[in-house]
Design a protein around this ligand. Structure first.
Ligand code: NCD
Ligand code: ZN
Ligand code: ZN
Length: 335
């Protein structure tokens, strides 16, 4: 069996910077492009920083055809600042982090009231707002608690292009159905695992991410929305590489590194459920339609010949452990 995908996109990708960028960029290049997250240290918060980062990504990609959809770290901005951002080449939208909610988000938003004028101006300009939607509550309830904020934003700013990033709950899928002006991304791991896989037996640090994987019924709801071809649900890997020593330690960093295994694992998952016909929409078509994107043309063929996933990827003095490290996947990218 095989499937040919046209310009697969990853709508939520962390590439990091420096040597980690040089390691992870080529490992993400099976995709035709990606929405690049801005949570560097310091965060990518000005058009100048964004353009410089886009150039570092391009050089780390080593000539691969790859469309970079760049994001800026959301802070309240004037209309002139928004116009400057929107005019910067490669700009896609703003990524909003509640302060302190995840990796490198200390400079995030403390009070949504402060954001209202900026959100109004973004709505008028059609600038997308991508949100890490979690409260600071009990870890299993953080996303569910944040849904009230999504609801308020979608109601107060009905034309705002609002995206719930990396959704993990059945309740978020329900909200997606309720508000046609909201879209969402979902990761590979949240279609495959629950909290049991992370912490039900021996602790699996490489499956620990924010938001944490939830209950079986949540996974089932996410999976049925993805396999059912929900038109406003997009693949966003949230591939979030951390050095091996920051994962295999006391105080494990949050993030699952999936970039090099994402397309084979998705093909395997969709094939197992007899839903390969929905994969093109999930990894590209839905997002292109929703946002009006035209990524570089790249044809990617996936086959049901096994992929041996390495125990780790090593280059430039960096070591990072992928999801499925040391395991065999049933599908692979035909190179
Ligand atoms: C991400 C990271 O490491 O940058 N970590 C994660 O667990 N998902 C940040 C994020 O997407 O929240
Ligand atoms: Zn996040
Ligand atoms: Zn992320």
């Amino acid at each position: 069996m095989q499937i040919t995908l046209s310009s697969p996109l990853d709508m939520h990708l962390h590439l990091r910077d420096g040597d980690m960028l040089r390691l992870t960029a080529p490992l993400s290049a099976d995709f035709a492009g990606a929405v690049i997250m801005p949570n560097l240290v310091p965060p990518v918060s000005t058009p100048e920083m964004m353009q410089a980062y886009a150039e570092r990504i391009e050089s780390a990609m080593g000539g691969a055809d790859f469309t970079r959809y760049m994001t800026l770290f959301f802070t309240p901005l004037s209309e002139a600042q928004l116009d400057a951002a929107a005019a910067a080449p490669g700009f896609f939208g703003f990524k909003l982090y509640p302060a302190g909610i995840t990796t490198n988000s200390e400079g995030g938003l403390r009070d949504f009231a402060d954001a209202e004028p900026t959100l109004r101006a973004m709505e008028e300009r059609g600038i997308p707002l991508l949100v890490h939607g979690e409260s600071h509550g009990f870890v299993m309830d953080r996303e569910a608690e944040f849904l009230a904020t999504y609801r308020a934003l979608a109601t107060r700013f009905p034309k705002l292009k609002l995206c719930m990033e990396h959704i993990t709950t059945a309740a978020a899928v329900q909200l997606l159905d309720e508000f046609p002006n909201i879209c969402a991304t979902v990761t590979l791991q949240h279609l495959l695992i629950t909290l049991n896989d992370v912490a039900g037996g021996a602790l699996k640090p490489h499956l620990f991410c924010k938001p944490i994987a939830k209950r079986p019924e949540d996974k089932e709801a996410l999976l049925s929305a993805a396999l059912g071809g929900h038109p406003r649900l997009f693949f966003g890997s949230d591939s979030a590489p951390h050095p091996q020593h920051k994962k295999e330690c006391c105080g494990c960093a949050a993030g699952v590194f999936t970039a090099p295994v994402a397309l084979p694992a998705l093909a395997q998952l969709f094939a197992e459920h007899g839903a390969l016909d929905k994969l093109q929409g999930f990894v590209s078509g839905n997002a292109c339609r929703h946002y009006g994107l035209a990524p570089v043309e790249k044809i990617v063929t996936l086959r049901d010949t096994p992929m041996q996933v390495p125990a780790a990827y090593r280059s430039f003095g960096q070591t990072v452990v992928p999801m499925f490290a040391g395991e065999e996947l049933g599908w692979s990218v035909a190179h």
